[in-house]
Write a new protein. Structure first.
Length: 162
């Protein structure tokens, strides 16, 4: 949820301290990994809420141009394709960042972390139906944001060809 390495290390330390202090209160209603995941999500959300003026994105490296948008190499490794992938990823992650916190968190857990919805429901302390509903709203909102961006890009590209 945060990409700043120093911040991620700080949050990781906070998570381990919280787990260490609270392990005796772990009631085994969920798996240990789900419990730790929930603590981590809460710590990240707490930090993001406290830093409204400076929002961190999941893939801030893409905006700085220091990271690759995807870990897999394309079959045709061309600089133009890499640039287009980086630009597309930047638009996608900018749109994800603009989602409400709940939608953003659930979308990231489902599609980037690839967690099953049942586990997301446990992590988010929500019903499975609520997770499905929030995920659907996130997809609709992303579709709207991205279609507006891509429509503008097509118009700009058409104008530049004239």
């Amino acid at each position: 949820m945060v990409q700043d390495e120093g911040l991620a290390e700080d949050i990781t330390q906070e998570v381990f301290v919280t787990v260490f202090r609270s392990i005796l209160s772990f009631n085994e209603q969920s798996s240990l990994s789900t419990w730790v995941y929930r603590i981590t999500v809460n710590k990240c959300l707490d930090h993001l809420r406290g830093k409204k003026r400076q929002r961190f994105t999941l893939f801030s490296q893409l905006f700085q141009g220091t990271g690759e948008p995807f870990s897999e190499k394309t079959a045709f490794d061309h600089p133009g394709i890499k640039l287009e992938q980086r630009e597309n990823a930047r638009y996608l992650f900018k749109a994800i960042e603009e989602l409400p916190d709940n939608q953003k968190t659930i979308f990231i857990l489902a599609h980037i972390e690839e967690l099953p919805q049942k586990e997301i429901a446990e992590i988010m302390n929500m019903s499975l139906k609520a997770v499905e509903s929030v995920l659907q709203r996130a997809k609709v909102n992303l579709r709207k944001k991205l279609s507006a961006i891509y429509d503008r890009r097509k118009i700009d590209q058409s104008a530049s060809k004239k």
